[in-house]
Design a protein around this ligand. Structure first.
Ligand code: GLC
Ligand code: CA
Length: 532
């Protein structure tokens, strides 16, 4: 365990993206404004009061660009527009200025590594081998026996290569065939994509979460992937081989550096990376001179077994690996993975929220997690996610975490008056209205955590030190100067004695705040923040 206090940060006052909480909106499922059963930009605008009251600093909106929706917006057919399903550019501008008027930043989801196969660029590219845009995508000949150029497996199963009979070559498609991989080694493509980022920056967006960036520079010539010796079927077909050539290749960093240069030519913008990988891999996405992502997501909490030892180990490892000046960023949930409340159990949801919102760095909160949303059960006939359709039954499908926000007691919980695109599912503690009215609800607890984080410099910019980790309890200290707080988390469903004392600032359990304790007995599943 690291015992030294990790450094507080000097730029905290100037860098807004270090100070606040980012809230991820999955727009299809946030709020519908026109009763077609699908959330939209106007719907988001009508819910800005909710986000402001929650206390988040920024919203990251998953893709709303024109798309055939093969992967629900992550297959973009125009990088500089709004899909009519989500509204218009005017709706976006209106949302942006309404958000800014409330002091909320707006981060877009930029999908650089693949477009839709319906994008005019790809339509041209596939039209013939000598089309000027042929090289904007990654085309290769078949092997002499007609098989794909490499054995790479796509993230959603099957070969990562798609055969194009008309032009007699394969194209790389890391996800669906409908998502051909863009070739960032082509300077014209690069310029076009950076131009798309500029389009949104000029409109006033505050930054980007960059999708699947690890695939920006695949090394096709490097050949086949070796089998993964630790593979079991439940991991899904994509993990059956080690991705030694398709992801995290050196060229990726050059791509990110160019994006960052562009971002830095605008004031106060942030660049966030979907950098799925090992700790070493993630750290490299800060750049040696901190010239790559401001915030490369570290996803380890999504897969680490939920116990005090394992979680403390991940955090300590992360804190000690971060280079000087690199700002941490953690995630507990998103639109791609089982809900945190289902992964750790509903009883532990408050412990999980406390962990996320009191650690050093910028937390990203996925819509609905503030309500303790658990996974919805999606009947086979209601399945939407292409991943579940292609690789059914392994629990890889993402629909259970993508169901609509439950707002109030009304048809479809106030999400839509139409037929919702995924079934509406109520979390155990009820909808937003019910939880707002209940002082002890998960929602009000999360609100308090966010407010506390904003108020207490120990939490927003203090250093981190782990204090103890034993007997299912993890205690860590956050300290800025003389301001010091202890965060005490009970990972078990039984009471636990903890040899620390102090004044209770906040507890997940009623009736504890304000009390002074010589020693602490944490109640089952309790999270407490103490002033020692
Ligand atoms: C990212 C997105 C995911 C999408 C994939 C392909 O991982 O988060 O939803 O399916 O990229 O764009
Ligand atoms: Ca709608």
């Amino acid at each position: 365990m690291t015992q030294s206090l990790t450094r507080p940060d000097a730029d905290i006052a100037t860098d807004w993206w270090k100070r606040g909480v980012i809230y991820q909106i999955y727009p299809r499922s946030f709020q519908d404004s026109n009763d077609d059963g699908i959330g939209d930009l106007r719907g988001i605008e009508t819910r800005l009061d909710y986000l402001q009251a929650l206390g988040v600093a920024a919203i990251w909106i998953s893709p709303f660009f024109p798309s055939p929706m093969a992967d629900f917006g992550y297959d973009v057919s125009d990088y500089c527009g709004v899909d009519p399903m989500f509204g218009t550019l005017a709706d976006f501008d209106s949302l942006l200025s309404a958000a800014h008027a409330r002091g909320l930043k707006v981060i877009l989801d930029f999908v650089p590594c693949h477009s839709s196969d319906q994008h005019p660029w790809f339509v041209e590219s596939r039209s013939s081998r000598d089309n000027p845009k042929r090289d904007w995508y990654i085309w290769r000949d078949a092997k002499p026996d007609g098989s794909p150029p490499t054995n790479w497996i796509g993230e959603f199963g099957g070969s990562a290569w798609t055969w194009d009979a008309a032009s007699g070559q394969y194209y790389l498609s890391v996800f669906l065939s409908e998502q051909p991989a863009l070739n960032w080694r082509n300077p014209e493509l690069r310029a076009a994509m950076l131009g798309a980022m500029r389009f949104w920056l000029d409109r006033g967006v505050d930054g980007f979460r960059v999708d699947a960036i690890i695939y920006a520079a695949p090394d096709v010539e490097g050949g086949d992937h070796p089998p993964n010796p630790d593979w079991i079927e439940a991991m899904g077909p994509a993990r059956s081989h080690l991705q030694t050539r398709m992801s995290h290749q050196p060229g990726v960093y050059d791509v990110v550096r160019e994006m960052r240069r562009l971002i830095d030519s605008y004031p106060n913008r942030v660049l966030i990376g979907e950098t799925a990988g090992t700790l070493d891999q993630v750290i490299r996405y800060y750049g040696e001179d901190l010239d790559l992502f401001h915030l490369p997501f570290y996803f380890s909490l999504l897969t680490t077994p939920w116990n005090a030892k394992a979680i403390a180990g991940v955090i300590d490892g992360y804190e000690s690996a971060l280079p000087e000046g690199a700002w941490p960023t953690l995630v507990l949930g998103n639109h791609d993975i089982s809900r945190i409340a289902s992964r750790v159990g509903v009883g532990q949801a408050r412990v999980a929220a406390t962990l996320l919102l009191t650690l050093r760095g910028t937390p990203t909160l996925y819509q609905g997690d503030e309500l303790g949303m658990d996974n919805a059960i999606i009947p086979p006939e209601a399945v939407q996610d292409p991943w579940e359709r292609r690789v059914p039954g392994l629990g890889l499908g993402r629909d259970p975490a993508r169901t609509p926000m439950p707002w109030q007691p009304a048809a479809n919980a106030g999400f839509t008056s139409g037929a919702p695109w995924l079934p509406v599912h109520l979390p155990p503690e009820g909808d937003v209205a019910a939880q707002s009215a209940d002082p002890g609800s998960m929602l009000n607890f999360v609100r308090e955590l966010i407010a506390l984080r904003g108020r207490e410099s120990a939490l927003s910019d203090g250093g981190y030190r782990d204090v103890l980790c034993e007997n299912d309890v993890y205690v860590f200290e956050r300290r800025a100067g003389s301001a010091c707080l202890l965060v005490c988390l009970n990972f078990s469903a039984a009471p636990r004695f903890v040899p620390v004392g102090g004044k209770v600032l906040l507890s997940s359990h009623a009736g504890r705040a304000g009390t002074r304790l010589q020693t602490l007995t944490l109640q089952p599943n309790e999270a407490i923040i103490l002033v020692p």
